[in-house]
Design a protein around this ligand. Sequence first.
Ligand code: CMP
Length: 141
Amino acid sequence: MGYEKTFSIIKPNAINKNVIGKIMAQFEENNLKIAAAKLSKIERSKCEEFYAEHKERPFFGELVDFMTSGPVMLMVLAGEGAIAKNREIMGATNPAEAAEGTLRKLYADSMGENAVHGSDSPTSAEREISLFFEPNEIVNE
Ligand code: CMP
């Protein structure tokens, strides 16, 4: 496992709740560094590329509508076992199944509007980071 980078998004519903700082604090308190961050709006075509693996799913259109509906915080998180650690901090995709204290338990509204995204493997982390960040934007590894 070792020192890793992972990709994280604070989704539009969490931005609406004004909890960017609280979410970033959870990462920092769990020994993840904010290696890169930008508040941004995702273009529809970029969002479709990002979620390409879900293209055939019935919720794809809804997912892209939601993720392009408002600003998001795009981040690279770095640290020991960052990929698994971030997933633990986020909790289950379905907030009904998310453990107490996890970001999704605290801030998700539904399966679709589930507050945060995190890469699920080293391969996705690499793909997702390179989709949204140039290497020279990752300034705090
Ligand atoms: P995320 O981690 O961003 O990756 C894919 C997203 O698809 C997931 O979070 C959910 O927000 C969304 N998703 C997964 N399953 C469903 C579902 N059954 N209905 C609606 N959205 C879903």
